[in-house]
Design a protein around this ligand. Structure first.
Ligand code: 1GP
Length: 243
């Protein structure tokens, strides 16, 4: 079963709220999750490049206690997996040049994932450089650079994810990116793959979210703006759901 496709079938275009456990205390994370649910977000993604162990556990518990939305872990490494979550993006950074992010962290996590019984969502993660300076994920993940204009390269990576049997592709501009993924790239990738397309990074207003949806995104992810301005989060979700 492809959970993301299933949810899209039931609810149309989706919005996911990303919470980084390292950026706030569990209580605050719970409050944000509750608000996101009220505003119509469809799931809470939990993760970040540094978050791990008990910090992720406590954040996930607070989110689960505060709202009824499904939680999906979005770990930067094996240590970011928590048994408390409903789902886990079992992800590969497709354009990483490091063996670590292609397979090693996943191998490290697999026995624990099996033990917990957490539901996995296989995801092909593609990091795109839209900013004048590299984002954290691009540097930490040792990305084989894909510029915003390298549409063909993004399409090739996305097709590779689909042929590997991934449930979805995530086009990522990086948290706090200056600019989101260009519409042309979203359109081109969406036109070539048949699995759901998630788009995130640098989306901080309803216009940017609406443009990504118009170009073909099936799921919009917002993290930074949700933590900074909950009214903006509400308007972004409204724009996503209006399409
Ligand atoms: C990061 O795509 C997500 O992995 C969200 O990015 O923090 O810029 O919303 P923002």
């Amino acid at each position: 079963m492809n959970a993301i496709r299933d949810w899209i079938g039931k609810k149309g275009v989706l919005h996911f709220t990303l919470i980084d456990p390292d950026k706030q205390l569990p209580e605050k994370a719970g409050e944000l999750a509750k608000l996101a649910e009220q505003y119509g977000s469809d799931a809470i993604m939990i993760g970040g490049s540094t978050a791990c162990g008990s910090v992720t556990d406590d954040c996930t518990k607070a989110v689960k206690d505060s709202c009824s939305l499904p939680t999906i872990l979005f770990p930067g490494k094996a240590a970011g997996v928590s048994k408390r979550s409903d789902y886990l993006f079992f992800m590969m950074m497709m354009n990483s040049k490091s063996r670590r992010f292609l397979i090693e962290e996943q191998v490290k996590a697999a026995p624990f994932v099996k033990k917990t019984g957490i539901k996995t969502i296989p995801m092909g993660y593609i990091v795109v450089s839209t900013s004048s300076k590299p984002t954290t994920v691009e540097v930490v993940g040792e990305a084989d650079r894909i510029s915003g204009r390298d549409v063909g390269k993004a399409v090739a990576y996305a097709l590779t994810a689909e042929y590997f049997g991934m449930d979805c592709v995530y086009l990522e501009a990086g948290s706090g990116a200056e600019k989101p993924i260009p519409q042309e790239m979203i359109k081109a990738v969406k036109g070539r793959i048949t699995i759901p397309l998630i788009v995130g990074g640098g989306i901080r207003d309803p216009e940017a979210a609406g443009k990504a949806v118009a170009a073909g995104a099936d799921v919009i992810v917002t993290g930074t703006i949700a933590e900074q301005n909950t009214e903006k989060l509400r308007d972004i979700i409204k724009a996503v759901k209006a399409r």
